[in-house]
Ligand binder design. Structure first.
Ligand code: ASP
Length: 295
């Protein structure tokens, strides 16, 4: 049976360690070959996730078939179950899926013969981004035991936070959040958050690793901030705050310059942004290989 990756909560620590080991091997130039066809359905725009999944498939010898926005019958109201059945009948081995809605509950899909890999679903999960951030942090800091990891910005709509906070917690890190009150979930208990900060200046004094997030405006149902200018001054990574960072910062991308981060600091020494992008290719190769190798 192929494996699925819909939520990081379904991964055991052994699975995660194996995925890290595989991504290190692929990064070191080792190659494995798989056969078959992979469908990539991206109903939301994406640069990094889409191209790294596509490239990862090709490096593993898998053929890719892409459907973007307006190019699948999901947008004609076809259910996900029927889409999966259709792709299975066409002989696809995996479906990599990015959708604006939440894939939940998903237990029913797990019995299917086609491997389902979540490339970001609504505000729910972005498992490969969570793994990228975890593995990049392990590479930079070594042990994550008691490391203080801070998510800043639009926590409410962030699937990156929902996947990453869980994984960091599993590896012994302490997780904090900071953002406008309107963009912090009212109940943070499912995410293992230990600290909530109103002031980003206090928060960055606490944190060893800061993860800035984009305002997910495509999911806004009302106006959550007075203006982008005031948001940047209050919560953004300004040049002045960059100087005061104790450790490093990440951003899953895309960065909105002068909303989340000042353009002059985005690729400076304390930035792990491009390391995350590079890690993305190997994490996605590892996930595809792990999901399909015994299928
Ligand atoms: N690329 C990430 C995601 O798809 C973060 C973002 O879009 O802001 O969730």
């Amino acid at each position: 049976m192929p494996k699925h990756l819909i939520s990081v909560r379904d991964l055991s620590k052994e699975d995660i360690d194996l995925l890290r080991h595989l991504s290190k091997r692929f990064r070191g130039g080792e190659r494995e070959t798989l056969e078959g066809d992979v469908a990539l359905f991206f109903l939301e725009s994406s640069t990094r996730t889409r191209l790294s999944f596509e490239k990862a498939c090709r490096l593993l010898g898998l053929r890719t078939y892409y459907a973007g926005r307006g190019e699948s019958s999901i947008e004609k109201g076809e259910s996900l179950r029927d889409t999966i059945k259709t792709l299975q009948a066409l002989g696809f081995r995996a479906l990599v899926l990015r959708v604006p809605f939440v894939l939940f509950p998903y237990e029913g899909y797990k019995g299917e013969e086609i491997s389902l890999i979540n490339a970001g679903d609504g505000t729910h999960q972005h498992p490969t981004q969570g793994l990228i951030d975890l593995f990049t942090a392990i590479e930079v800091f070594g042990s994550l035991e008691n490391l203080k990891v801070l998510y800043i910005g639009d926590i409410l709509h962030s699937r990156v936070f929902r996947s990453g906070a869980y994984l960091f917690g599993l590896y012994g890190a302490k997780v904090g959040v900071c953002g406008p009150k309107t963009l912090i979930p009212s109940d943070l208990s499912p995410f293992g958050v230990e600290q909530v900060f109103d002031s980003v200046d206090e928060a960055i004094e606490w944190a060893d690793l800061c993860i800035w997030l984009r305002l997910q405006e495509e999911r806004f149902t009302e106006s959550y901030i007075p203006s982008k200018e005031s948001y940047f001054l209050q919560f953004g990574l300004t040049k002045e705050r960059y100087k005061r960072l104790k450790g490093y910062f990440m951003h899953p991308g895309p960065v909105n310059l002068y909303v989340d981060v000042d353009a002059e600091v985005v690729y400076l020494d304390k930035s792990l942004v491009l390391k995350q992008v590079e890690m993305g290719l190997y994490v996605r190769m590892a996930v595809l290989y792990w999901a399909l190798k015994d299928g």
